[in-house]
Design a protein around this ligand. Structure first.
Ligand code: 13P
Ligand code: SF4
Length: 310
């Protein structure tokens, strides 16, 4: 992540010219995290975007992150350095699934959508959640039935933590977390029997059954930082290693990932070159489109998350 001094200086000058601030998710490339003003998990980035004074927010993350920042800040310019970077799971639910659940349970149903979802899906939902607040929010909802979309893995994890609610799952998932191999994880555990296993709730049930801690990217980082243990097996996209190693460098803690390192091809598309080009040209601006009613409903869904999570 050695970013040349002239590149850093160029980015600083462009930021000042545009009155821009750079936000990045923990999954993006180290050199992008290294030049960002703020780095965090999905919830932190959404919440933070609402409190920044700059007129332009450059979001180094996938499309739904930029879209959420724009929905929460309609008067601002939100730029995506790689607008083609899109989370495949963000599309994995059909309108018919929601209609069927609403028809069955009426007012006693809350449609809870993971922030990894399109504006349209958010507009069909009652409240948004991220992996760092999903358990708390679902627990606090007044309704006794919950349709959790799109992620069946996070949905199942939440259902286990909140047994008093009837949680209906939907058949979406993160293909990158689903691809993490149980056999490779078990092999790694045998190699490092002292290591604690820290996993993201987008992983499969079989993988989560091996975990000592389950949480969001920020949760995993905070857990490792505070833990007395010295070795950790990290079961999520390997981009988090940059922050883990940065924060834990002094303590000599060691982090391991499976033999096939988990990557997210979409997050990998956000490169330092694209970030610089985006600052130069102002390209990649998030547009909400013509469906203003849907935008307002999606914004309300996000606002409800911020209220519940407060
Ligand atoms: P968090 O950073 O909120 O844990 O989300 C992980 C993720 O997959 C984002 O797409
Ligand atoms: Fe989407 Fe999975 Fe990539 Fe996160 S890691 S952005 S959930 S595809």
């Amino acid at each position: 992540s050695a970013v040349p001094a002239e590149t850093r200086a160029r980015i600083e000058a462009l930021k000042a010219e545009r009155d821009a601030v750079i936000l990045a998710h923990y999954y993006v490339e180290p050199e992008v995290q290294a030049v960002a003003d703020y780095v965090g998990d999905s919830f932190y980035l959404a919440k933070l975007a609402k409190s920044l004074p700059q007129q332009t927010i450059v979001l180094c993350g996938v499309e739904f992150m930029g879209e959420s920042a724009k929905l929460l800040n309609r008067t601002k310019t939100v730029l995506l350095p790689e607008p083609a970077a899109d989370c495949p799971m963000a599309h994995m639910v059909q309108r018919a699934t929601i209609d069927a659940a609403r028809a069955e349970y009426g007012d006693d149903l809350a449609v809870v959508c993971y922030v990894n979802s399109t504006m349209k899906i958010k507009s069909w939902s009652d409240v948004c959640v991220t992996s760092s607040n999903a358990v708390k929010i679902v627990r606090e909802l007044p309704q006794s039935h919950v349709l959790f979309i799109p992620d069946r893995n996070l949905g199942r994890f939440v259902a286990e933590q909140v047994p008093e609610k009837h949680v209906i799952l939907n058949d979406g998932c993160c293909p990158r977390h689903e691809a993490i191999s149980l056999a490779e994880l078990q092999e790694l555990k045998r190699e490092h029997p002292e290591a604690l296993v820290l996993a993201h709730p987008e992983c499969t049930a079989a993988v989560l059954a091996e975990a000592d801690y389950i949480g969001s990217t920020a949760g995993i980082i905070a857990y490792a930082e505070q833990s007395a243990a010295q070795e950790f097996i990290v079961v999520t996209v390997q981009g988090v290693l940059y922050e883990l190693e940065r924060r834990c460098a002094a303590s000599g803690k060691r982090f391991f990932v499976t033999r096939t390192p988990p990557t997210c091809g979409d997050m990998d598309g956000i490169t330092l070159e694209k970030l610089v080009r985006c600052l130069e040209t102002g390209s990649g601006a998030v547009e909400i489109g013509v469906d203003e009613a849907a935008a307002q409903r999606a914004q309300a869904t996000l606002d409800r998350m911020l209220e519940y999570a407060a």
